[in-house]
Design a protein around this ligand. Structure first.
Ligand code: WQD
Length: 344
């Protein structure tokens, strides 16, 4: 049974990926410093799969800790690297936190994998590297735009670091550029656990639906889109997690065409903010209180994926609809607000 390390494995996308890896028979070791996640997620994973992953709370910014981890786990077949700070606004206020955390950790992990005769690396990247792409849908060949935030820059630089390293090592890598992950596991055992006021649309909507937020502020309705609100590609987190296992297996089976491959992961469909609100109202049966306010700095008008490459080369495509994803997010929100274990 291949041993796979998942960094940030107690986070939103990481935890759902751990479940899918275990479902496929992998032995999973989670690294998470709990700076933006909860140890209770380990129990949620175990309740779904019956297997509790090995857990290490090392901080990936500690080079010696990373070295000793990989000495202890010298039989690691691959790494899926999620661990990173990811709040766009925070990155503008505190860029060095982002460069140290997101790039320091990446370098230390790659230094350990570089020592191996063979290593497989999946990198959690982002559609933010495309900035405001000229043409929709966005393909992997769409030109990279200058990053709009230090967070986005760490993703761009991270991709460049990996690209340089695969040329001079036995590391094979796949960059997965996500669009907008939403939703929760259908079991209701794991989901998104934003800390404080959610910056992202869907958790804010579900919290407003529970009355935790007075109303949603819709950031602008004067964009050149179907209804004036921004368009994004909202992908169910379980569909996204499954893509990680397929990409990893591709490397393990040596089916990758190049030492470095890139895939956009989305549904291929754009949805406006108002369409997301309508989907919530349909699945919840309740009206969502919202108001239109001014645009948010840094928002792009539209971003949705051309999924041809992931569909044909990876043999992966999303199966969940926007409404199904919203339904899972809503059920999760209701559960965490009524379960004593989540009482905050
Ligand atoms: C979506 C839309 C907002 C909140 C995120 C991540 C980014 C990357 C892509 C991973 C926008 C609008 C939001 C609110 C609103 N993922 N909105 N009111 O900005 O596309 O980026 O996904 O790397 O890191 O941040 O997602 O959910 O913040 O916004 O009107 O209270 O919803 O204007 O159009 P975004 P988001």
């Amino acid at each position: 049974m291949s041993k796979i390390v998942v960094t940030g494995g107690l986070g939103f996308i990481g935890s759902h990926t751990v479940v899918e890896l275990q479902n496929q028979g992998f032995e999973v070791v989670v690294i998470d410093n709990l700076s933006n996640s909860s140890i209770g997620v380990l129990d949620g994973i175990e309740r779904i799969t019956g297997k509790k992953p090995i857990f290490s709370a090392i901080d990936l910014r500690e080079k010696l800790a990373v070295q000793s981890f990989f000495m202890e786990h010298n039989d690691v077949a691959g790494v899926i690297h999620f661990a990173a700070s990811k709040a766009v606004g925070e990155s503008v206020k505190n860029p060095l936190l982002y460069y140290e955390n997101n790039l320091g950790a990446l370098v230390y992990i790659l230094q350990e994998l570089e020592k191996k005769k063979e290593a497989h690396f999946i990198f959690s990247s982002s559609c933010t590297v495309y900035g405001q792409a000229e043409v929709m849908p966005i393909a992997e060949t769409t030109p990279i735009q200058p990053a709009l935030s230090p967070y986005g820059n760490t993703k761009q630089i991270g991709e460049e670091i990996i690209s340089d390293v695969v040329k001079v090592s036995a590391i094979n890598a796949i960059l997965l550029r996500y669009f907008n992950p939403i939703g929760a596991h259908p079991s209701g055992e794991i989901g998104e656990l934003p800390i404080g006021v959610p910056q992202n649309l869907v958790p804010f909507i579900t919290q407003a639906g529970m009355g935790l937020r007075a109303e949603l502020s819709v950031y602008g309705n004067d964009y050149p889109t179907v209804d004036g609100t921004c368009v994004r590609d909202y992908i169910h987190v379980v569909d996204l997690a499954k893509a990680h296992v397929i990409a990893l297996q591709r490397l393990l089976d040596k089916k990758n065409a190049e030492p470095l491959e890139i895939f956009n992961l989305g549904t291929g469909t754009g949805s406006s903010v108002l369409e997301v609100i309508a989907a919530f109202e349909k699945v919840s049966g309740q009206k969502l209180p919202y108001k239109i306010v001014e645009r948010r700095e840094g928002d792009v008008t539209s971003a949705y994926a051309n999924t041809d490459k992931a569909n044909t080369v990876l043999g992966w495509k999303t199966v969940s609809t926007l409404e199904e994803a919203m339904d899972s997010a809503w059920k999760w929100e209701q559960k965490i607000r009524t379960s004593p274990e989540f009482a905050s």
